[in-house]
Design a protein around this ligand. Structure first.
Ligand code: AMP
Length: 403
């Protein structure tokens, strides 16, 4: 606890840190908290999993004036991250309370309008925040601290213009904190335009490579599901996340897993927000042990006890690989990332190896039980009438002989 105290954190926050059982500050906390408490603008190169929420929360909890309207605005790329940050905030500010409200689309606006009347900290996604700005249901003129959380992801998702519009609605005389896994050109441009003498802090890596075991199995496409079921049943000790590249495939894989006796559920952007929240709750509370998700739904989420991440399909964008595997081996625990590779994934896998500094060990296939044939159609439906005969399957088999 002394190491947290040295950073200048108040007793009220120290008490909640103690309740969380955190023993020592994480690297990003150590480097950024003194600057944040001192009111500096900070650019922090770190992703979820690094402990960044406590870093900006401690500054906001200590520096906000209670009863003077919205003191802090935190922008997040996804609704789930907004919920997560708001919940962490409530916990960290338990002994020095602030009224925290989360604002995002896909749910009713009226409860948000009501909440905004007394809010002191607002955590939200850009679209719905702009909606409130245009309806005049949010007053940002007292904002002292603006946080751009996962800025790179926000820009990847095309929110840059919205983010700029929101920044311009905040008072010029404010503190701006920017958190981003990668410091992209956009991040630099934005920081030059809207931040004052920002101090840059970076942490080495948010994944502890020693604690993350990365492996790959090479299989034929029709063996993927058998292997996934086998691994989920035989080696996933805690929660597992299975990544697919499309909404359609997440639904299909989750259904096939359930048919094979695995307690799995799919989450993706095609579901209503209430449904997504309910699914996350089931997973957090371990009522469901396997979450099958797309990148958008899975990114940035902090879920404790994820012991295994499966790439059922290798991501099309190689940097997504890092985000995916970052869901495990978090905050000091061990994790395993398992890639299930079929010939179709080959090109994506090559890009992952080329673009990232990762060590992935190839394993031989375990002996597997044959199961009920899974539902087919993991690909887009094709017009069979016009489809030429499939070529090249034999050749592919030669490269991915599984037995
Ligand atoms: P964040 O990057 O803020 O999403 O935090 C990632 C996870 O690390 C959360 O579950 C936090 O509760 C946890 N965490 C934050 N700071 C610490 C710390 N100093 N020691 C251990 N766990 C931490």
């Amino acid at each position: 606890m002394d190491n947290f105290k040295k950073l200048g954190i108040s007793n009220a926050i120290l008490k909640s840190i103690d309740e969380h059982g955190f023993e020592n500050p994480s690297e990003i906390q150590e480097k950024s908290i003194p600057l944040i408490l001192n009111g500096e603008d900070v650019i922090a190169g770190s992703a979820t999993g690094s402990g960044k929420t406590l870093a900006f929360a401690s500054g906001i909890i200590q520096n906000s004036d209670r009863g003077y309207g919205i003191q802090a605005l935190i922008l997040t790329p996804t609704r789930e991250l907004a919920e997560q940050v708001a919940n962490s905030f409530k916990k960290f500010s338990r002994y020095d309370p602030l009224k925290v409200v989360s604002i995002y689309g896909g749910v009713g606006i009226n409860p948000q309008i009501k909440g905004l009347k007394t809010a002191e900290v607002v955590v939200g996604t850009p679209g719905r925040l702009l909606d409130h700005i245009s309806r005049n249901t949010i007053r940002l003129n007292n904002v002292k601290t603006l946080v751009l959380d996962e800025a790179d992801h926000m820009f990847d998702m095309g929110f840059i213009k919205d983010v700029e519009k929101i920044i311009q609605k905040c008072p010029e005389n404010r503190q701006t904190l920017l958190f981003s896994a990668t410091i992209t050109k956009e991040v630099v441009r934005l920081s030059r335009k809207y931040m004052v003498d920002p101090v840059e802090v970076a942490v080495e890596s948010y994944i502890d490579p020693k604690k993350l075991n990365q492996v790959v199995y090479k299989v034929q496409d029709d063996m993927k599901l058998f292997l996934l079921v086998h691994l989920l049943k035989n080696e996933t000790t805690n929660l597992g996340m299975v990544f697919c590249n499309t909404k359609r495939n997440t639904d299909k894989v989750a259904k096939n897993l359930r048919n094979s006796g695995v307690n799995a559920i799919a989450i993706h952007g095609g579901l209503t927000q209430n449904k997504r929240n309910n699914i996350m709750e089931l997973f957090h509370s371990k009522k469901v042990s396997v979450l099958v998700c797309t990148d958008v739904a899975g990114r940035g989420l902090d879920i404790k006890d994820v012991s295994h991440v499966y790439n059922y399909e290798i991501p099309r964008e190689s940097k997504q690989y890092i985000h995916r595997i970052g869901r495990t081996a978090r905050a000091g625990s061990n994790g395993k990332a398992i890639n299930i590779l079929s010939p179709k994934d080959h090109d994506n896998y090559m890009s992952v190896l080329r673009d990232n500094d990762v060590a992935i060990k190839e394993l031989t296939l375990p002996a597997m039980e044959r199961m009920k044939k899974p539902e087919r159609a993991l690909e887009k439906p094709v017009n069979r009438m016009n489809t030429p005969p499939r070529k090249g399957r034999q050749n592919q088999r030669q490269n991915y002989n599984h037995r």
